[in-house]
Design a protein around this ligand. Structure first.
Ligand code: NAD
Length: 319
């Protein structure tokens, strides 16, 4: 089966494409390879993917509707997984416009192409950040999400609303996935695990915002990919074909104990710089994953100890 993936050179896109290829999908993929973080990492991921003859990559921005439309109609593709986005909560404070461009206009382009090509299932990335400053845990999909704390979260919440309207008006089957702090090998350099490992190994100070009192539902990449795979052939079939799921590990861990897992495995104590809470940051996330479990049987398997070990083993070899 053919499938179109955006953001294939990114962290989640890379692992998803690997799994799709392993399961004999023909993967048509785009990424603009931007330099929000070191593009070399994106090129290295792509190099691995290109070893497979069923992987077809196009360097392409979400703004290029014509090129994307062309790939999808010529190849007669009916399934899209949309992961490309301007990511990061903190970067959105200084650079809101790049979120507008990739996450709002870019997403609009994907919706338009999807409806014109009668896509059977559009799965797209949302985020746990849409929950903002919630105080009831675990967070379930029914909780109100109309008070985003950052512009990044606002664009992702907007995606959910835009998709719902396309599901309603054009009968486009859409599934939104709210990812919770994904980590693992080939992970993002702007996220805590990568930053902590790098600083500890280079004997530099790590920055702990909110003095390290954040709590996160850390989700291992393999579990995330399994969850997406389970969903592909299960498009929503309600009169308004739209669904929204949390996809997390289903437990919450203090950032300081996550750090301890890293220190224990590296057998090095970190040097720390305790900083105040950053504007836009959510203090705690904890996913209720019952809804996705009931719908697909999704059950995350990898705990933080194993997941962190896998990341660190990869990281030490990679650098
Ligand atoms: N990693 C997480 O913990 C996490 C958590 C919540 C949500 N998400 C969402 O999951 C998706 C994937 O995240 P990721 O962690 O793999 O991030 P990533 O930055 O590694 O991957 C995103 C990819 O999209 C590409 N891209 C960005 N703008 C583009 C554009 N305009 N045109 C074409 N390509 C573009 C980037 O070059 C990058 O390779 C994103 O939508 C993100 O918002 C991720």
């Amino acid at each position: 089966m053919k499938i179109f993936v955006t953001g294939s050179a990114g962290f989640i896109g890379y692992h998803l494409c690997q799994n799709l290829l392993k399961n004999n999908f023909k993967v048509y993929a785009i990424d603009n390879l931007n330099n929000y973080y070191d593009p070399q990492l994106k090129k290295d991921r792509l190099r691995n993917l290109k070893k497979n003859k069923n992987f077809f990559f196009y360097k392409c921005d979400l703004s290029n509707q014509t090129k994307i439309q062309n790939i999808i109609s010529v190849q007669n593709i009916k399934y899209i997984i949309h992961l490309a986005a301007q990511v990061g909560v903190r970067y959105s404070i200084k650079n809101p416009k790049s979120y507008l461009k990739s996450n709002i206009i870019g997403f609009f382009n994907i919706l338009e192409i999807s409806r014109k090509n009668y896509i059977k299932h559009l799965i797209f990335a949302s985020t746990s950040s849409v929950y903002g400053k919630s105080s009831t845990f675990p967070l379930n999909e029914k909780v109100n999400t109309d008070k985003p704390l950052s512009f990044y979260a606002a664009t992702k919440k907007s995606n959910e609303l835009m998709a719902y309207s396309y599901a309603n008006i054009y009968n486009l089957p859409c599934t939104a996935l709210r990812f919770f702090t994904v980590y693992g090998p080939y992970g993002r350099p702007d996220m805590s695990l990568f930053k902590f490992a790098k600083a500890i190994l280079e004997k530099k100070k790590i920055e702990l915002f909110n003095k390290g009192h954040h709590e996160r539902d850390f989700t291992y990449i393999e579990d995330i990919v399994k969850g997406i795979m389970l969903l592909i052939k299960k498009p929503p079939s309600e009169p308004i074909p739209y669904k929204c799921f949390n996809i997390g590990n289903g437990s919450s861990k203090k950032l300081l104990s996550f750090l301890k897992v890293i220190e224990d495995y590296l057998k090095i104590k970190s040097k720390r710089n305790y900083l105040p809470l950053q504007a836009g940051d959510v203090i705690k996330t904890h996913a209720d994953i019952n809804s996705l479990n009931k719908y697909t049987g999704y059950k995350p398997k990898i705990n933080v100890k194993i997941g962190v070990k896998n990341f660190l083993d990869w990281y030490k070899k990679y650098i």
